[in-house]
Each structure stands twice: as C-alpha cells, then as structure tokens.
Design a protein around this ligand. Structure first.
Ligand code: 2AM
Length: 176
C-alpha cells in the first residue's frame, strides 16, 4: 500500500507579491509575533484534504480538472489574529463570489471523497505567522494589494529538516 500524503488545494501568491508581503510584515510586526511563514509558502488555502491515499488524490485530481471556474481578483485589505490556532493573517473584506464558489466546489468534492472538512465557514486568508498564541499588535491596515487569480493548484505539504515546504503537484487554469 502506498504512503499517504498531506495535500491541499490553494491559490498561490505571485513571487512579486510574496516579496512585498514579507517586506511589509517585517516593517509592521514585532519579531516576537510568532513563527513567520516563508515567502514561498504564502498562499490561500481553498480546501484542505489532510493525509490522503494515492487513490483519493487521483480521484480529486480528476475532479479538479473538470471544474469550470472563472478568473477573479481580490483585494488583500483585511488583517486578523486567531489566537486559538495561533495564526496571524491577511485576507479580504469582500470575497468575490467566484472565489467562494471555487472553494465550495473543492470542499464539497473533498468531503464526498472522505476528506473531513471544517464546519467553520470558509474564510479566505494568507497565513503570515503561526504559533502566535499571545496578543498581537495588529497594524491598522494593509497596503490593499490586488491578487489576480488565474489558476489554482494542488499542493503537497512536506516537512523536511525542520521546515515545512509546499510542493506544487498540479495547476489548473481559471476561465476568462
Ligand atoms: P492555513 O490555510 O490557515 O494557513 C497546509 O497545511 C495548509 O492547509 C495550511 O495553509 C493550513 O492552514 C491549511 N489548513 C486548513 N485546515 C487545516 C487543518 N485542519 N490542518 C492543517 N492545515 C490546515
């Protein structure tokens, strides 16, 4: 039997935006805020699949390829801290319908394939810090970056040499 892998569907931030976000983070948060997420790991999770078998991964890859979803843009104009999960994040005050629909369809396919889905409502966000369990001084605003989503991807989460790395397994374009 093949090993299980930890997989999730996500939107990646373009490299230029990743750099802008980490520069802004360094300038606007205290060093002791938490464990900073590496630039290359900045993303918006659409559906978390958990540790799944190759069979389930193949089924969900096929399903993802059949999804007809549209391109959309969103503004990263919101910031927050969830002390329970220790996450400091940036997100959007107005999630576009196309984003909500894409996440919803991926999450329902994941659930139908036996991947447990959180009962919490989907809240699109980019995690900036983890292990931030103490009160955090949140900056008053973000620079309101615009993110153009033209594709979504399936990622594998790997833990190597004490670091988390996300490997892109497959990417699907969003339609005009
Ligand atoms: P995040 O979206 O809040 O950053 C890979 O672990 C990605 O899936 C991370 O981005 C992580 O959190 C997200 N994720 C969503 N639900 C998760 C869960 N139950 N366990 C671990 N990661 C989860």
């Amino acid at each position: 039997m093949s090993a299980e892998r930890r997989l999730f569907f996500a939107l990646t931030l373009p490299a230029k935006l990743q750099k802008q976000v980490i520069k802004w983070r360094a300038d606007n948060f205290l060093a002791e805020t938490g464990r900073p997420v590496a630039a290359a790991n900045l993303h918006i999770t659409l559906a978390f699949l958990g540790e799944i078998s190759e069979l389930k991964a193949e089924a969900l890859t096929l399903v993802a390829g059949r999804i007809q979803a549209k391109k959309f843009s969103l503004t990263l104009d919101d910031i927050g801290h969830w002390p329970g999960s220790g996450v400091v994040w940036i997100g959007t005050k107005r999630a576009p319908n196309a984003l909500l629909q894409l996440a919803s369809v991926l999450r329902s396919h994941a659930a139908r394939n036996g991947c447990h889905q959180s009962t919490l409502p989907f809240h699109p966000h980019v995690s900036l810090y983890r292990s931030a369990t103490r009160p955090v001084a949140i900056p008053p605003a973000t620079p309101e970056w615009m993110l153009e989503a033209t594709e979504f991807s399936l990622y594998e989460s790997l833990y190597e040499k004490g670091r988390t790395r996300y490997r892109c397994l497959q990417t699907w374009p969003l339609a005009d």
